[in-house]
Design a protein around this ligand. Structure first.
Ligand code: PMT
Length: 318
């Protein structure tokens, strides 16, 4: 059954200033992103803005407690690598300490267990890498250094919901000048609820006051102003996560109707790393990892990116 549309929240027009505090470096980052996008676009490269990871929603101004969500940032970080492999320049707008391209492959490895100290002659010493502990490290390091040397990856960090919203707006405005050469790949899991600064207690909420009841407001969906005003010529991909598979496609289609962007990547929490559906106005494409592909360590993000590339080309040629 279709769910009712939520009431339109404050700032749905994209004016964030009243309810969400802007990070102090937002102007500086906007300039960096604009310069990055223009430089790469001028040399014939497409630019993708990837959002990645969850957002933190503070409950107190001097924050002791906050609401968070499950997102690890794996989708965004691995997609960034496949976009780089496909010739894109990548702005990686990610949650602080969420997974990061290339280094994500060694998550959970204790670095000190993978290094060997070897004394050399005359007081010198060497540190050797155990390649069993860090599989493929030479190839991964080579890829990472090539990306770095060519200046193809611009990392931008956020932590809180406010930072995410302001930096996404700044990114969209920065990429507007390169028109359809820009892609937005909005894989972040952004909180739908927040407490406005004006209603937030300053100090730590006291447990001696008894059980906590909080009332939260709806966060404005950034997709609306992004598609309509901030970067109207860009190729925009949003994501839709559900836990109930039976409403997934209906929610994805509703998002397309509401925001009028190009595609939704629909996924279910438990199966998100092995199965997604790419939904456009006229099509629906299932991407599945087979057992054999899992064994070969093929990732679903490679298939997502491979599926989106011709669609972006076609969009640019229209
Ligand atoms: O990070 P992983 O652990 O690998 O998990 C990946 C993922 C499940 C987080 C990812 O694949 C995913 O589905 N991300 C979107 C989650 C979601 O359902 O978001 P949403 O329904 O709240 O938002 C829909 C779209 O609007 C998203 O593209 C979101 O980035 C964007 N959005 C959301 C809120 C908001 N205020 N503004 C937005 O633009």
């Amino acid at each position: 059954m279709a769910q009712p549309h939520p009431p339109v929240p404050a700032a749905a027009d994209g004016n964030l200033s009243e309810e969400f505090a802007a990070p102090s470096h937002v102007e500086e980052v906007r300039k960096l992103m604009a310069e990055f996008a223009e430089r790469h676009s001028a040399s014939g490269r497409r630019v993708v803005l990837i959002t990645s990871g969850g957002t933190k929603v503070p409950l107190e101004s001097r924050t002791v407690r906050f609401l968070d969500n499950f997102s690890s940032g794996r989708r965004g970080a691995s997609s960034a690598e496949y976009f780089l492999d496909s010739g894109y320049a990548v702005i990686f707008l990610h949650r602080h300490r969420s997974l990061y391209p290339f280094i994500r492959l060694y998550t959970g490895v204790n670095l000190l267990d993978s290094l060997r100290f070897q004394p050399g002659d005359e007081g010198t010493s060497h540190v050797l890498v155990d390649q069993k502990e860090l599989p493929n490290i030479a190839a991964v390091l080579k890829r990472y250094q090539a990306v770095k040397a060519a200046g193809l990856l611009l990392p931008v960090e956020f932590n809180t919901l406010s930072e995410y919203l302001h930096l996404l707006k700044a990114a969209a405005q920065a990429l507007n000048s390169i028109g359809s050469n820009a892609m937005f790949y909005l894989a972040a899991a952004v909180s739908d609820f927040y407490i406005p600064v004006s209603e937030m207690p300053e100090h730590k909420i006291q447990s001696s006051n008894g059980p906590l009841q909080i009332s939260m407001k709806m966060v404005p969906k950034m997709l609306k102003p992004l598609v309509k005003d901030w970067a109207p010529q860009a190729f925009v991909i949003s994501f839709k996560l559900e836990t109930n598979p039976s409403i997934l496609l209906e929610c994805a289609r509703r998002a397309l109707d509401t925001y009028n962007h190009q595609a939704v990547v629909a996924n279910v929490l438990d199966t998100r790393h092995g199965y997604v559906v790419i939904v456009t106005k006229n099509s629906q494409h299932e991407l599945i990892l087979t057992e054999e592909e899992v064994q070969k360590e093929i990732e679903i993000e490679e298939k997502i990116v491979r599926n989106l590339l011709p669609a972006h080309t076609q969009f640019m040629n229209q």
